[in-house]
Design a protein around this ligand. Structure first.
Ligand code: ATP
Ligand code: MN
Length: 480
């Protein structure tokens, strides 16, 4: 019954007429008791289905409400309506699923993003979210294509982990022990995880990097692309409690190779979306332009979405060290006029997102790669530089987003690594398996983590990260 279905995208792409076609989809609007705008998710464009007057029962027409699912068979004919070459002249209409117009929350009008977030189970059926999630799909596909074409191995790292030494973020605990106070206890009153499912305390992964490094010491080039979890209580437009991360890890790469890989990767996936999601990007660009018009002139961005993406693909990212960035920030008028919430007084402080955004949006006006951060504000596994106080780290900062990539050359020298772990109170016994890579055939290597949702945010121009993942998880919210 369903296998003869033609996708609306395919139908609209050709100007063939005079043949019979069957389409299925959801009614967006029904005008003048005659014109159905039908959408099946293959494209943002609706197919105009014409239900000629007098041909259908009044009872059928009444059921053609916004949100209803229908099957239509008819002849594809040239369209006189503007904006479309063809339309479908319905010969039969079958209602597959009714939608009570009084109760269906999506009306053919503009809804706020906040409202749509509350009905995330239905927001796929809007133009905006249709475009976003088709682009998200394309980007995910492009991620795999980029690495596969380069001969990388896609590694599935565990979601449940026992190491809590990384310090990448607050973790969610995984346990089957009872929460009613009856969990087994140690002599000192603390919970005995020996009795827990895994015989130890476990949590959801915050990063697949350490496991990625193990595999890179065999396959040379690997990447992960999977969910990561951080119980950070940050209610921002750039943080989720559950997000997807892409983490390549490459043997024989130094920091510069790492930057080159990250920059090439970002450009590739953006370009891929521009090639494969033209219409959806144009739709979102238009949407953004209208949104921008609501803002005061001074706050509007100088470039439209497509110009911005083109610019990123076609220009080198600015590369500079943390130390150079601190100088720029310290000397900036912004700092002198005390416009930063956190004033930059000297070397060694961590950069806040206001500083990152100043560098990217005001100073350089392009993506920036910052390198060689003070070791004290970075993770234990980053390679110590000659100066003894900075590490071979790199963060990529993007306009409107801030940090999109965090990476480094890894410390491959066992003595330096263990010394650093001691300084940071990281118990070596817990990471023995990790240290083994430094004991047996260690080599220089580097990698980075890119937050997939931040990438989708950048490409779609969406202001809030909660709108680029189907069902966002954030503090006090895990619905659907
Ligand atoms: P931030 O300072 O923005 O919180 P981070 O320094 O904690 O980021 P990393 O630990 O380096 O980030 O993680 C690598 C990448 O993962 C980041 O560059 C970012 O793109 C993404 N990322 C980190 N935390 C989140 C989050 N809570 N939600 C979505 N993406 C995230
Ligand atoms: Mn963070």
């Amino acid at each position: 019954m369903f296998n003869k279905r033609l996708k609306i995208k395919a139908l609209l792409a050709s100007d063939d007429t005079g043949f019979e076609a069957t389409v299925m989809g959801w009614v967006r609007t029904f005008r003048n008791n005659q014109f159905i705008a039908l959408n099946d998710g293959s494209t943002n464009n609706n197919l105009q289905v014409v239900a000629s007057l007098g041909l259908f029962e009044e009872t059928t027409l009444k059921r053609l409400t916004t949100g209803a699912c229908i099957k239509v068979t008819g002849e594809v004919v040239a369209s006189l309506g503007k904006g479309q070459k063809v339309e479908l002249k319905a010969a039969s209409i079958e209602i597959l699923g009714d939608s009570d117009a009084e109760k269906f929350p999506l009306q053919p009008k503009k809804h706020s993003l906040e409202f749509l977030r509350e009905i995330a189970h239905l927001r796929f059926r809007t133009n905006t979210f249709g475009a976003i999630f088709r682009i998200r799909h394309s980007l995910a596909f492009a991620v795999h294509k980029f690495f596969n074409d380069k001969g990388f191995i896609y590694l599935h790292t565990p979601i449940i982990t026992a190491s809590d030494a990384e310090g990448a973020g607050e973790m969610f605990r995984v346990t089957t022990l009872p929460l009613d106070g009856s969990a087994p206890k140690n002599d000192d009153g603390s919970i005995s995880f020996k009795e827990d499912f895994f015989g130890r305390s476990t949590n959801l992964t915050v990063s697949g990097q350490l496991e990625g490094e193990l595999a890179a010491m065999a396959f040379s080039d690997v990447y992960t692309f999977g969910p990561t979890f951080r119980a950070e209580n940050s209610n921002t437009a750039r943080h989720l409690a559950e997000f997807w991360m892409i983490e390549p890890e490459v043997a024989f790469n130094d920091l510069e190779d790492n930057m080159n890989l990250a920059e090439a990767f970002i450009k590739y996936v953006i370009d891929y979306a521009m090639q494969h999601n033209k219409e959806d990007l144009e739709f979102l660009a238009q949407r953004l332009e209208e949104e921008e018009k609501q803002k005061p002139l001074a706050e509007r961005s100088e470039m439209g979405l497509l110009d911005k993406l083109n610019f990123v693909v076609n220009n080198d990212f600015e590369r500079l060290t943390y130390t150079e960035a601190i100088e720029i920030l310290k000397e900036s008028n912004h700092n002198k006029k005390k416009k930063f919430q956190y004033l930059i007084e000297g070397w060694g402080v961590d950069l806040q997102s206001e500083h990152e955004r100043y560098l990217v949006e005001k100073h350089f006006k392009k993506p920036v790669i910052l390198t060689d951060y003070p070791k004290n504000i970075k993770s234990f596994y980053m390679r110590l530089n000659e100066d003894g106080k900075t590490v071979a780290a790199m963060d990529i900062l993007a306009p409107g987003i801030g940090e999109i990539v965090g990476g480094s050359q890894r410390e491959e020298r066992l003595d330096k690594l263990t010394a650093r772990m001691k300084e940071m109170d990281i118990p070596a016994e817990e990471l023995n398996w990790y240290l083994d890579t430094r004991r047996f055939g260690a080599c220089p290597h580097a990698g980075f983590g890119l937050g997939f949702e931040r990438l989708v945010q950048f490409v779609t121009g969406m202001g809030n990260i909660r709108d680029v993942i189907p069902f966002p998880r954030y503090p006090k919210s895990a619905e659907f």
